[in-house]
Every structure is written in C-alpha cells, then in structure tokens.
Design a protein around this ligand. Structure first.
Ligand code: A5P
Length: 230
C-alpha cells in the first residue's frame, strides 16, 4: 500500500467511528481530506453530524461537499475530533502543524471527548523531531526577536516561506523549530518554555492528549491508544 492508500484507509476507519448526531472536529491536511471523503459517503448513506473545521481550507472542502458545519464557539463541546499528525512517538505524543493549522487544531482537540489521530506508518517515530521540526505560530510583529528567544531554548528556527512568509488563518507566521542535541521535545517543560515566550501564540507539540491513533500500515489498519501503546 502506498502512503496515500494508508492515509485513506486510516481516514475511512475513523469516519466509521462517527455516530449519528455527533459534533466532530475536522482536522487539516491530506489525511483529513480523505476523512472528509469518507464522511461524505457516510452522509450519503444517512449519517447526520455537525463538523467543526480547523482551517479555512478544510471548511471550504467540507462546505463544497455539502457537510453541515459550525464554529467551535457554536459547538464548544465536541464528541470527537479527528485529525492527522506529522509525527507520533511511542507514548502517542504528537508533532502537528505542517499545514499551519496547529492553533485551531489544538483548540478543537481540547474541546473533544475523544481525540482520534489518523496517519500512515511513516509518521511513527522513536523520538519527536526525528523527521520534522516543531511548527510554532508567532505574531508577525517582532518575529525576529521571538525567534531569538526560542533559539536560546536550544531550537534552530526557520521562518516558513522565507522571503514570502507563510501566513496562517489567524494572520500569523510559522517558525519551524528543530531541536538541538539534548532538547527533548516530549518533555512538557520544553513545550511550556516555548509557550511562555512573548510573541508565541501556540506550538505544534501535542503532548499527553491520549489519542486513539489509527495507523494505515502495509498490511491494513492498526490502532494504538494509551492502553495498547507500542
Ligand atoms: C495541519 O496543520 C497538520 O497538523 C496536519 O494535520 C499534519 O501536518 C498532517 O498532515 P498530512 O495529513 O497532510 O500528513
């Protein structure tokens, strides 16, 4: 199975977890797009649910497909949030935000009774930061000084988009931060230190959120949770 097929299989599995009447956070990214595809099929088969999108992009896709949508303020208590991830470590800690939607994704994740992560097997890592930097959303004003403070924490930070900075749905920039040797991204103290820096809105470290992780593997779909951690 290709990575695309693995993503689609994981997304279809998660779409089947949605029950009638649920309020569901809809993640962002290529795997989340497959989720929308799966949910559209279920709605055609009679499912009713309300989706709360985490980005303008996924909102446009879902709206175009005729799904019923609401804002997080309209639906502050969600039954489930389903989203992709960039990395998943053995304790099911995550790096998220390659699509730039990390702040809304974290807000929607925190509002949900169940958090479901859908990935292909390439996303499994031994240590957070093995393959991807941590995205950090920062306000544009004074971003160079914010980067300087983040670098004192042992991070090597690059402005996403360079000369043409990527701008999030919230109107902010993303610094992609690579950990230097000895910087443990799974340590909550690291995430807290990042969050404390003036100019930082949110970081892409999703630690201790006890997701159900649905993994598309070469041989089929596997699930991992806090009880069955690998
Ligand atoms: C969006 O901001 C991200 O958090 C995505 O959920 C994450 O990057 C996974 O994306 P893919 O499903 O495209 O791999």
């Amino acid at each position: 199975m290709t990575a695309e097929q693995q993503k689609r299989e994981a997304a279809r599995y998660a779409a089947d977890l949605v029950a009638d009447g649920m309020r569901v956070g809809l993640g962002t990214g290529t795997t989340a797009r497959f989720l929308v595809e799966g949910l559209v099929e279920r709605v055609r088969a009679g499912l009713h649910f309300t989706g709360v999108p985490t980005s303008d992009e996924i909102a446009a896709l879902a709206m175009g497909e005729g799904l019923s949508l609401a804002t997080l303020d309209d639906c502050p208590h969600l039954d489930m949030t389903i989203d992709g991830a960039d990395e998943v470590d053995p304790q099911l800690n995550l790096i998220k935000g390659r699509g730039g939607a990390l702040t809304r994704e974290k807000l929607v994740a925190l509002a949900a009774a169940r958090y479901v992560i859908i990935v292909d097997e390439s996303k499994l890592v031994d240590r957070l930061g093995d393959h991807h930097p941590v995205p950090v959303e920062v306000v544009p004003f004074g971003w160079v000084t914010t980067r300087g403070r983040l670098e004192t924490l042992g991070l090597d930070c690059t402005l996403r988009g360079g000369d043409k900075p990527f701008v999030t749905d919230n109107g902010n920039y993303i610094l992609d931060c690579r950990p230097c040797a000895g910087c443990d991204l799974a340590d909550p103290a690291t995430a807290n230190a990042i969050k404390l820096q003036t100019g930082v809105l949110e970081d892409g470290l999703f630690l201790g959120m006890a997701p159900l992780v649905v993994i598309g593997m070469a041989h089929g779909v596997e699930t991992r949770s806090a009880e069955t951690s690998f």
